[in-house]
Ligand binder design. Structure first.
Ligand SMILES: Cc1cc2nc3c(=O)[nH]c(=O)nc-3n(C[C@H](O)[C@H](O)[C@H](O)COP(=O)(O)OP(=O)(O)OC[C@H]3O[C@@H](n4cnc5c(N)ncnc54)[C@H](O)[C@@H]3O)c2cc1C
Length: 485
């Protein structure tokens, strides 16, 4: 049986034979491979709206035929090698918190549940690095590091569910990224199982001149080029202080310009979250418990007391010169303490609502055009379905920033019309962003959701990425149908 989800081929023809299952069970040992329906049902949807909707309608986008949960790297390598010999699709599954459908097994086959690889291998306090297996849970790692006065400065809002392998595979970003960088900036090296089952390890440091940077090839590859089994990441001491400030800018344009100037002189706030008026009213206000409006901006500065204070003073001076009003700093501190509340009910919508985050990044020269274009394409045209659009800017770079455009249709109605409406909002929003010079994603990845737009995004370069995929995975067994490859 075949089908299509937004231009992606869904194949429901089984490739799993009795011989494959026997070989896998023999190699991996007792209790590692499951085929019980309840176990398979746990791997039909990540948090992609279409996958959740399909699951709720009783027709999941995909379902594995077998799930293996090896507890060693050798087990992962054996599983991939045997799948390769039998031509069975392999889908790596970390925490299943992805928003793009990346881990949904749309062609059946074998899901490798990586949470069995859960060892923290080494915390090197001298080099400020941690080496851990790919299935280590984000929050667990954080607790272990915090107990030693250290942290992985990543902090995605999904750390309760996500794994470190998923952080890297989906090229994610955490709340402190403006100061410490995205996951690719925190990654030193990794170990990865290739489609053949061969295990490779990249060079131990990310800055070198021994040829191309192989480590980075696997960042954002979403399981299509290999299965990451181990990562070494940069960690930092816990900051001695974290200072908070809240300001209201007269407009998005003024606010973005003030922050741009502050970053250009080397100031690195750990958090800059600038909400537009609708996001201030509909997203920020309910979470911090105050009725706010306008372009409210939450700022955090951290590190040693003197440095953090100096960075705060410099940023607030630039904001003041730009016409910003200072608000109660306690608002930003409340925001920090409740920062994950945005992503759970009642603040996070549930079915039958339709929701999605059009996450776009662009240079400062283009970002305002992208903001205006997105608003024009997604807000008014969908007013008949009461669409709310809450946009904030949350990850900042010396050259530009990203827009987190969260849309919510309070009552999606269900059925195929809901899917059609969801896809239309995405198509119109993305086309507007592309036309204004935006790049379609900063940190959520591609998966199934954005696969149909990869050609629009990359143009002829997509062919080069496809050739890399072809070379590393000639039979196309690794996470087929994802990334538009
Ligand atoms: C409430 C919520 C908040 C979120 N907030 C953030 C945020 O602040 N920042 C952010 O970046 N993201 C965020 N996300 C998205 C998501 O949590 C991240 O992308 C996360 O990094 C995914 O990790 P995971 O272990 O759950 O991966 P999964 O969802 O299991 O997998 C994601 C993709 O990576 C592949 N994969 C997973 N593990 C491996 C591996 N070991 N080797 C090879 N491929 C692998 C999968 O096949 C899939 O394609 C959020 C999601 C939710 C639901």
């Amino acid at each position: 049986m075949t089908g299509f989800a937004k231009g992606v081929l869904i194949l429901r023809t089984s490739t799993v034979t009795d011989q494959f299952r026997t070989d896998l069970e023999r190699e991996l040992g007792d209790g590692v491979v499951s085929h019980e329906p309840e176990r398979l049902d746990a791997f039909v949807a990540d948090t992609y709206w279409i996958a959740l909707h399909a699951q709720a309608e009783g027709e999941p986008l995909g379902r594995p035929e077998l799930v293996a949960r090896p507890s060693t790297e050798a087990g992962v390598a054996a599983a991939v090698r045997i799948a390769s010999e039998h031509g069975v699709p392999v889908v790596p599954w970390g925490g299943g918190s992805g928003t793009q459908g990346g881990s949904v097994p749309i062609r059946g086959g074998l899901v490798i549940d990586l949470t069995g690889l859960d060892r923290i291998v080494e915390i090197d306090e001298r080099s400020f690095t941690v080496t851990c297996e790919a299935g280590v849970n984000g929050n667990r790692l954080e607790r272990e590091l915090n107990a030693r006065g250290l942290m992985l400065p990543h902090y995605p809002a999904s750390s309760e569910w996500a794994t470190v392998g998923g952080y890297v595979a989906a090229r994610g970003s955490g709340v402190l990224s403006t100061r410490y960088g995205k996951i690719e900036d925190l990654l030193l090296s990794l170990r990865v199982v290739l489609a053949s089952g061969e295990l490779i390890e990249t060079v131990p440091v990310p800055r070198h001149a021994v040829g191309p940077e192989l480590t980075q090839l696997f960042v954002g590859s979403e399981g299509t080029l290999g299965v990451i089994t181990q990562v070494t990441l940069q960690i930092v001491p816990l900051p001695s202080v974290r200072r908070f400030a809240t300001v209201r800018f007269p407009s998005i344009a003024v606010g973005v310009d003030a922050i741009r100037r502050s970053l250009a002189v080397g100031v690195r706030p750990s958090v800059i979250r600038m909400y537009d008026d609708e996001a201030t009213r509909l997203a920020l206000s309910p979470v911090v418990g105050e009725e706010l409006d306008g372009v409210c901006t939450v700022l955090c500065f951290e590190g040693e007391p003197g440095t953090a204070e100096a960075e705060e003073t410099a940023t607030l001076a630039l904001a003041h010169d730009a016409g910003a009003t200072k608000l109660d700093s306690a608002l930003a501190e409340t925001w920090w303490n409740r920062r994950y509340d945005f992503y759970v009910p009642p603040h996070q919508p549930v079915l039958p609502s339709i929701w999605g985050t059009i996450d776009v990044v662009a240079t400062y020269s283009r970002i305002e055009h992208v903001y205006d274009a997105l608003r024009a394409a997604v807000k008014e045209p969908f007013s008949d379905v009461d669409l709310q659009l809450r946009m904030h800017f949350s990850h900042w770079y010396p050259w530009g920033t990203m827009i987190y455009a969260r849309f919510v249709v309070p009552d999606g109605g269900g059925g195929p019309e809901a899917v059609e409406l969801h896809d239309r909002i995405w198509a119109d929003g993305l086309e507007a962003a592309f036309s204004a010079g935006g790049v379609m994603n900063d940190h959520h990845g591609v998966g199934l959701k954005l696969a149909p737009y990869m050609e629009r995004q990359h143009g002829a370069s997509l062919d080069a990425i496809r050739k890399i995929k072809q070379a590393l995975d000639p039979d196309g067994i690794l996470n087929p149908g994802k990334l538009g490859l």
